[in-house]
Design a binder for this molecule. Structure first.
Ligand SMILES: [Zn+2]
Ligand SMILES: [Zn+2]
Length: 177
């Protein structure tokens, strides 16, 4: 539990006054936000802003989660990063003794005078992390032959392919198969 716990909203006033709206701006860090080839650093600030609204059935949270992700480009393997901005809209239902029996996994709940958004923020970021990041849309990737980064310019292989001195080797390579 090394993550800074800063995604908490006090809702005492909202609960006293149904229909009322409160805006909030929170930021903090969450650890272990990673998928196969991208992640959010453990000390990266995650911002959450929006409004909490007292509605029938609970507290409706709507706003935006934003942070920076980092990862490895799937084509050139260079480090890459991007900013994610995720629109969120979630209803937090009040957890009571009776609702615990029927609690559903796809809804969030609160009890008492606070709502902790951390779990929702974590879920949203994990869903949004790119599984196959690109450093740029037209990344040229690595040469399959020599491994050179083709974003830096053409490699020697292009010339070699049309150099007749190498033609014989190609034939030998074919025979091996
Ligand atoms: Zn790339
Ligand atoms: Zn090459």
């Amino acid at each position: 539990m090394s993550s800074k716990h800063s995604f908490i909203i006090g809702i005492t006033r909202l609960r006293k006054d149904p229909g009322s709206v409160m805006s909030f701006e929170l930021s903090g860090t969450i650890t272990d936000l990673k998928v196969v080839s991208s992640y959010v650093k453990d000390d990266q600030i995650i911002e959450v802003s929006g409004v909490a609204e007292s509605v029938h059935g609970g507290i409706l949270i709507s706003g935006e989660v934003s942070t920076k992700w980092e990862g490895e480009c799937r084509r050139c393997l260079n480090p890459t990063f991007g900013i994610m901005r995720i629109p969120v809209r979630e209803l937090y239902e009040r957890a009571g003794p009776e609702s615990e029996l029927s609690s559903q996994d796809d809804t969030y709940s609160y009890s008492g005078a606070i709502i902790d958004l951390q779990e929702m923020v974590k879920d949203q970021v994990l869903l949004e992390l790119p599984l196959a990041p690109l450093c740029k849309d037209d990344c040229r990737g690595l040469c399959v032959n020599c491994g050179a980064d083709l974003n830096l310019g053409p490699c020697e292989c292009e010339d070699a392919a049309i150099d007749p001195r190498w033609a014989g080797l190609d034939i030998l390579a074919d025979k091996d198969r």
